[in-house]
Every structure is written in structure tokens, then in C-alpha cells.
Design a protein around this ligand. Structure first.
Ligand SMILES: Cc1ncc(COP(=O)(O)O)c(C=O)c1O
Length: 397
């Protein structure tokens, strides 16, 4: 007699891990709502999406197409194609005047892949890691999913919304930290840390024995002053970067890390086991992308113009309280004169004048209800039209 079939295991919600219960990205809900409005034939202006409209550099796309044609798409070394690692290392000499050993470069699945590798390598479950509020939501969600404790530190406008040694020390005294993560230029604020601020924070972290992680994904998109890399400040840092933003390669899923000397082997073992290697065509394209900087600088010039249109136009429209838009392609505006519920306000604005923005609650559980993030990665005509529509919306009340 045939054995009775085994009962099919039911995937009961209670069977899922607690750490997998991370928050969604609220901006995705805004995008979905915008898509519904567009499906009815209206033109929505997208100031919610943090991704360049321009394609990857032409040289990068050609290199990937040639490699595809030649069929060169096997696995690569876990740490990345050696030529790409060497090219990234050379970039630090060219852009920051620092010699970086290619051995310290780890090619990753965008900076998102870098976070997972870095957090796994640096932190144990239960470790407390300081991050700024407001800040990029996946920092806290990925740390939580890995069993670490994100410690959100409220930042102040007078510090350009960056962490300071004083606030770091205070959090460490409350309960010992294991690491700190900084971002400059930052998302959502668009603010940057100057050399003195970054150096002081790094010195404080070093004195406390904390791992120092620097998300430099928006490097290359700096307007107020040249962005300083943590690599310039010390070798005991983990820098996370990406081809997604300056090089307009979001969907290629390729980024990199610079890790302290001697740490690459740990990253290599993690990457081997987690994903084997980063997509080969993307790595080939990324290597070529460095030769496409002139084309990317033209794209950057469009952000400069968009930034001008918004920083001059929004105050005329009625929104004059925003942080200095130093870099990236974001402007973070205080809308507390109009609402204490930025999510509802963003939705009303989207419904009324078809301008999509991201409510601050995505980024900041403390004060996010008073803020909206505007992305100026789109086109100049869209920025001008957005200013006019926002003016209309605010006048209507
Ligand atoms: C601050 C910041 N870090 C990291 C990322 C992740 O980018 P990617 O994984 O495409 O490199 C983003 C994306 O918007 C971001 O804004």
C-alpha cells in the first residue's frame, strides 16, 4: 500500500520570523496611487522618485552589449572583476587624491547589497548602530532584519541634519553602541557634511571603538562644495557607494565598498555564499562607465538647473522652509504651516494637482509628519510646472 501523503506544511503568519516584519517603503504607495491617476489619462509630475531619468553612460551600454553579443556572462570572482576593482581604486586617486589598494574594493549588488555585507561583517545580533533621523529608511529596516538595533538620533537643522560627536557620545552613554552610519550627501535632506564635521565624527567614533560606515552613494552629485570621502579621513572606515545615482545605473544593480585593509577576505566569504557574484554584464558596464563621466556631468548640470528652479520657485509658491540642498537630488521642506500629517497632505496634493512627493514619515518617525521630500531628478519643464501646480494647491488651502 502506498504511504499516506505527508500533510502540506501551511505557511502560517506566525511561522514567519519577527525580524522579517520590516516596514514598507511608503513612497511605493505614493507611486502606486500616482499610477492609478495616470491610468485615467492625467499627467502626474513625479517628484517622489529618487532615480535619474537619464540612461547609463553610452560607453557603459555599448560595453555591456558587446559582452552580451560575445556571450561573456559567466560568474565572476566574488569580490568583482579585477579590472573593475582596479578602476574603482584608481577613481579614489583621481577624485579624492588618496591611493587605495584595489584589494580593499568589494563589488556589490548596488549599495543595498553593500549594507547587507557590511552589517553582517561588522555587527552581531543585538548590536546598537547609530543612524541619523531623518535618514534613508532601509538603514533601519535592514539592521532590524539582521537582528541589530538601529539607534535613531534626532538631528538638528543647525548641524545640517548630520550626526555630531556630542549626540553620538550621548547615545553611547545611554547604552553602548557598536557602530555609526553616516551619509553625505544625505537622503532625504540633500545636506552634506563638510570635512571638519566628518573628521570630528570619525574621531569620536574611533575613540569609542565604533565601526564607521559611510554611505557615499550620492557622491558626484555635490553642488555646495566638493563631497569628502571617509576614505580621505582614515583606513578604518567602510565606505559604501554605487553606480545607481551619478552614473544613472539604478537597474543594473552594481555598487562597491571600500573596506579596511584585511577585511576583504571576510566580505569575499560572505559574498560567495550569499550570491556568488554580482551580475557580470553590469560589472563590465560599470568599468566602462568611468569613461562616460563627461556625459554624466551633463546630466548633473540638469540637476543644477532643477535645483535652481525649485529653490527659487517653491518660496514663491508658498513653501520657504527647506534645508540647504547641498547635494544628491532632494529638497526636504517643512510643511508644518499647512499640515501635521504629511502623508495625508501629500495625498491631497497628488489628488488635487497631480504632483507626487514623498511624506517625511518614511524617513523620520520623530518629525516626518511635518516634512515632504521633493526629488529633482526629473526634467526642468516638469520642475517649473510642479512649482506652478504646488502654488495653486497651497492657494486653494
Ligand atoms: C541614501 C541611499 N543609499 C542607498 C540607496 C540604494 O541604492 P542602490 O542599491 O541602487 O545602490 C539609496 C537609493 O535610493 C539611497 O538613497
Amino acid at each position: 500500500m502506498a504511504p499516506a501523503p505527508l500533510p502540506r506544511p501551511l505557511l502560517h503568519p506566525q511561522a514567519l520570523s519577527r525580524r522579517s516584519a520590516v516596514e514598507p517603503f511608503i513612497v511605493m504607495d505614493v507611486m502606486e496611487h500616482a499610477a492609478r491617476i495616470e491610468a485615467q489619462g492625467s499627467h502626474v509630475i513625479h517628484l517622489e522618485v529618487g532615480q535619474p531619468a537619464a540612461p547609463a553612460p553610452t560607453v557603459a551600454r555599448r560595453a555591456a552589449a558587446a559582452a552580451l553579443e560575445a556571450g561573456q556572462v559567466g560568474y565572476t570572482a566574488a569580490l568583482g572583476i579585477p579590472a573593475l576593482r582596479a578602476r574603482i581604486a584608481r577613481h579614489y586617486g583621481e577624485t579624492h587624491g588618496v591611493a587605495v589598494d584595489p584589494e580593499r574594493i568589494v563589488v556589490t549588488h548596488g549599495s543595498s547589497g553593500g549594507f547587507v555585507l557590511a552589517f553582517l561583517a561588522l555587527f552581531e545580533p543585538g548590536d546598537r548602530v547609530a543612524i541619523a533621523a531623518p535618514g534613508y529608511p532601509p538603514y533601519r529596516h535592514v539592521l532590524s532584519a539582521l537582528g541589530c538595533e538601529p539607534v535613531l538620533i534626532e538631528t538638528r537643522a543647525e548641524d545640517r541634519h548630520a550626526l555630531t560627536p556630542e549626540r553620538l557620545l550621548e547615545a553611547h552613554r545611554a547604552a553602548p553602541l557598536k557602530g555609526v552610519l553616516v551619509a553625505s550627501p544625505a537622503n532625504p535632506t540633500g545636506t552634506m557634511m563638510d570635512r571638519a564635521a566628518l573628521t570630528a565624527l570619525h574621531a569620536c567614533a574611533r575613540d569609542l571603538g565604533l565601526a564607521f560606515v559611510s554611505d557615499e552613494i550620492y557622491h558626484g552629485l555635490d553642488y555646495a562644495f566638493p563631497a569628502v570621502s571617509a576614505v580621505e579621513i582614515g583606513e578604518d572606515v567602510t565606505v559604501i557607494n554605487s553606480f545607481s545615482k551619478y552614473f544613472c545605473m539604478t537597474g543594473w544593480r552594481v555598487g562597491w565598498m571600500v573596506v579596511p585593509p584585511g577585511v576583504s577576505r571576510t566580505m569575499e566569504r560572505l559574498q560567495q555564499n550569499l550570491s556568488i557574484s554580482v551580475p557580470t554584464l553590469s560589472q563590465i558596464a560599470a568599468d566602462a562607465a568611468f569613461e562616460g563621466r563627461a556625459e554624466m556631468d551633463l546630466v548633473k548640470a540638469t540637476y543644477v538647473e532643477n535645483r535652481r528652479i525649485l529653490t527659487e520657485g517653491l518660496p514663491r509658491a508658498g513653501l520657504s522652509r527647506f534645508l540647504p540642498a547641498d547635494g544628491a537630488f532632494y529638497l526636504y521642506a517643512d510643511v508644518s504651516d499647512f499640515t501635521d500629517d504629511s502623508a495625508a497632505f501629500a495625498r491631497r496634493m497628488l489628488d488635487a494637482v497631480h504632483v507626487a512627493t514623498t511624506p517625511g514619515v518614511d524617513f523620520d518617525p520623530f518629525h516626518g509628519r511635518s516634512f515632504l521630500r521633493f526629488s529633482y531628478a526629473g526634467s526642468a519643464p516638469d520642475m517649473a510646472e510642479a512649482v506652478a501646480r504646488i502654488g495653486d494647491f497651497l492657494k486653494r488651502g
